[in-house]
Design a protein around this ligand. Structure first.
Ligand code: PLP
Length: 373
């Protein structure tokens, strides 16, 4: 656990709750671990996972590049001194005005996966380098990312040729194996598929020089998955299919691997009730704020309390008047009192970024701590 109750109490006393404590040391450790296992891979941090200024500064200083989803993210990165050439605009469907603005500030890499996107990019970002997103199986992951985006591989060569004909420069292939993946198999299939597409494209007169293996790598803090082994297996496949001598540039877009286990939500019990024999505890953070991700039923958050005693079936709910704002219907917890703190570790990704102001509740503040590694 990166934040203990003693530290959490001090943070809550100083900043109030809800608050997310982010460990700068842990982000650096995660970045260095990623680079240790994947030395040839250029990191493009997925800003969507946590776009807070402090996080972006830490990763910029580590030497990371960035994967962006909108012009707002680009503008924010520019404001902290990140050059546009260090960004890949990886959202396969972009707003026309965002393409214009990205192109004007010097973004050079755009991802696409459809005919309609080629038309927009050719018009608003002429001659740009484009990377084709191709769908791969998402069989070993908590969150599947392959239904909304990704061209069918059988259309890949046609889409590469079409981009070239439209005056764009098709330079690479990308795929996404999911988010919070549980094994390397889908990445390995994706890498093999890219190898095949590189060969086919060459026959058609297109020389590809970039493979982007996307994000999805599970955080080191998830004890149920061996993230290092996953990274190792993916890297072995990269070495096999795209050895150094080929000169192919390899990029990845990790989000949660870099930041998820660096963040701990500190929330407070603001009310309690015994409803039909089950204890209900109301927290000042909930499913419209930092815990929005719970609605997608992927990662199972842990709720840590400082009290000891007999554990009873309990429900944790958020602060809004919305009956759906229930965080967990089945937690076994000792009896708590109003004012107690509840800690939610491994919560630095897809938490503050998804928070709304629903019912007038402000999203959790972010504070930075050095924290244990
Ligand atoms: C295109 C793309 N790249 C990278 C990521 C980051 O995924 P993760 O945070 O699981 O590494 C996502 C997540 O949705 C994505 O859509």
């Amino acid at each position: 656990m990166i934040i203990d109750f003693r530290t959490a109490k001090k943070i809550a006393a100083k900043h109030g709750t809800p608050v997310i404590a982010i460990s700068e040391n842990r982000i650096k450790h995660n970045y260095n671990t990623f680079k240790k296992y994947m030395p040839r891979v250029e990191v493009h941090y997925a800003v969507k996972s946590n776009g807070h200024r402090g996080v972006l500064n830490i990763l910029r200083n580590c030497g990371s590049n960035f994967d962006v989803a909108s012009f707002a993210e680009i503008e924010y990165l520019l404001s902290i001194g990140v050059d546009a050439t260090r960004m890949i605009y990886s959202n396969p469907v972009k707003m026309e005005q965002d393409i214009v603005r990205a192109y004007n500030v010097g973004v050079e890499w755009f991802v696409y996966d459809s005919d309609a996107e080629i038309k927009k990019l050719a018009r608003y970002a002429p001659e740009s380098e484009v990377v084709l997103r191709v769908a791969v199986a998402n069989n070993h992951t908590m969150y599947k990312l392959s239904s909304k985006f990704g061209a069918d591989p059988k259309h890949a060569i046609r889409l590469l040729l079409k981009a070239k004909k439209a005056g764009l420069s098709p330079t690479g292939i990308t795929f996404n194996a999911g988010s919070h993946t549980l094994g390397a198999a889908d990445y390995i299939e994706g890498i093999k598929m890219c190898k095949g597409l590189f060969k086919e494209a060459k026959k058609e007169g297109i020389t590809l020089d970039t493979i982007d293996i996307g994000g999805g790598f599970p955080p080191l803090g998830d004890e149920n998955v061996n993230s290092q082994v996953i990274l190792q297996e993916i890297y072995e496949a990269l070495d096999e299919y795209f050895p150094k001598e080929t000169g192919v540039e390899i990029i990845a877009e990790p989000g949660r691997f870099l930041v998820m286990d660096a963040g701990t939500i500190i929330t407070k019990v603001i009310g309690k009730a015994n409803r039909g024999g089950t204890m209900w505890y109301y927290l000042d953070d909930g499913t419209s704020n930092s815990l929005t991700d719970i609605k997608f039923s992927g990662w199972k958050f842990d709720f840590l309390v400082s009290r000891r005693g007999r554990k009873k079936l309990s429900v944790l709910a958020g602060p809004t008047c919305d009956s759906f704002d229930v965080i967990s219907k089945e937690e076994w917890l000792p009896e708590m009192e109003v004012g107690d703190l509840v800690l939610v570790p491994i919560a630095g990704a897809y938490t503050n970024g998804l928070a709304s102001r629903y019912n007038g509740f402000e999203p959790a503040k972010i504070v930075y701590v050095n924290g244990k590694i």
